[in-house]
Ligand binder design. Structure first.
Ligand code: NAD
Ligand code: ZN
Length: 349
């Protein structure tokens, strides 16, 4: 990772010794960066084709998967060749899943272009699409052969997407690294402005995610800590119908992390001052922290509980939460009684 890496993409990717690369991108990112990436690959002797899909979460679908798989085969990508995902988490997940299944698996290169994808989705090997039954329910583990994160690409990212990705950066501090959270409080402006702090935040986040994934690739244990804020956050996304005009993932996570802290306070395991500090920082960075900030509202307590119960992390009706004893002290709480969640949500509303 680093600023300006896209210019070196050709030499880095050529080192993988493939002959053909199919670049999969979306209609926002493609016009900005696909030609430069393709040119750099061609200079290093690769045969390149570009597949462009509509931007947005709706593109993580069976229909798009079919389009990508057929286009990749059309581009004559053989075993040993490459699918290159150029875009945010939507492209990474979709192209990554296509790479996992085309010819029973071809190699994948991730070129993440959102802060969220640079610090989270491009690392760890989870790929997939959405089903009528829910988000990310059809997919595969397929590790990339290379992740190339050029932090300069974030210069064109809309500020709202930047903030959303920043919520996931802060998450790594909250999970188990109080010093990193304090660093975020002091340095967040540089992350947004594209200073050296941005590279540092991306690098530290990737190290944190990689460390968790190396220990628990298939989420049998501690990888679940990465879901801090996500049980509440996913419920909010579901309740707002994944309508990005109302809520994007990172905004749901920001509110969800604050709720995880306030819930932990309500359960008597976390000092209130820590919850206040988290809320103050996220809100200073321009993120929502309360249910009341969701445009159009977020339903009744029962609707929220229903939305939570649909989460795939729910086992046998009991709720699993990532709770905290303080900043940087998260833990997995299984079998959290629905009654205590209900009482908490009633207070929140
Ligand atoms: P996204 O891919 O939809 O990108 C957000 C928006 O920014 C899109 O409109 C995109 O076209 C635009 N964009 C991207 N890069 C840009 C750039 N450099 N300049 C200008 N515009 C740009 O959203 P996202 O937040 O990156 O990813 C969200 C997805 O990631 C969700 O589907 C989520 O499920 C998935 N995800 C996966 C994992 C994983 O481990 N696989 C982890 C977290 C999230
Ligand atoms: Zn997330």
């Amino acid at each position: 990772m680093g600023r300006g890496l896209l210019g070196e993409a050709g030499s880095r990717i050529a080192a993988l010794e493939a002959r053909t690369a199919a670049i999969v991108t979306d209609g926002h990112v493609g016009p900005l960066y696909a030609e430069a990436l393709a040119a750099s690959l061609q200079q290093h002797g690769l045969r390149v084709s570009i597949i462009t899909l509509p931007p947005g979460e709706a593109t993580k679908s069976y229909a798009s998967l079919e389009r990508v798989c057929d286009a990749v085969l059309e581009a004559k990508v053989e075993r040993g060749d490459l699918v290159v995902a150029l875009g945010g988490g939507v492209m990474g997940d979709l192209a990554g899943f296509a790479a996992a299944v085309v010819r029973r698996g071809v190699r994948l290169v991730q070129v993440p272009t959102t802060l969220l994808s640079q610090v989270d989705s491009s690392v760890g090997g989870k790929t997939g699409i959405n089903s009528l039954h829910g988000k990310n329910l059809v997919g595969a583990f397929h590790q990339p052969s290379l992740v190339l994160a050029d932090t300069a690409l974030l210069d064109t990212l809309p500020i709202r997407e930047m903030r959303a990705g920043y919520a996931e950066v802060v998450k790594y501090g909250l999970i188990d690294d109080p010093d990193f959270f304090a660093w975020c409080e002091a340095n967040w402006r540089g992350v947004f402005d594209g200073g050296p702090e941005r590279d540092e935040a991306v690098a530290q986040s990737c190290r944190a995610k990689a460390a968790v994934v190396v220990k628990d690739e298939r989420e049998d244990g501690d990888r679940a800590l990465l879901n801090l804020g996500h049980t509440f956050g996913h419920a909010l996304e579901r309740i707002t119908y994944y309508d990005s005009a109302r809520l994007v993932h990172g905004e749901g996570v920001a509110i969800g992390m604050c709720q995880a802290f306030r819930f932990s306070v309500a359960l008597g395991v976390c000092p209130p001052a820590d919850a206040e500090r988290v809320e103050a920082h996220l809100s200073e960075a321009g993120l929502p922290t309360r249910l009341a900030q969701v445009p159009g509202g977020c339903g009744t307590v029962d609707e929220l509980l229903d939305a939570m119960a649909q989460d795939k992390k729910v086992k046998g009706g009991a709720l699993t939460f990532i709770l905290v004893r303080g900043i940087g002290q998260s833990f997995i709480a299984r079998d959290v009684p629905v009654a205590s969640v209900r009482a908490f949500l009633q207070d929140e509303n």
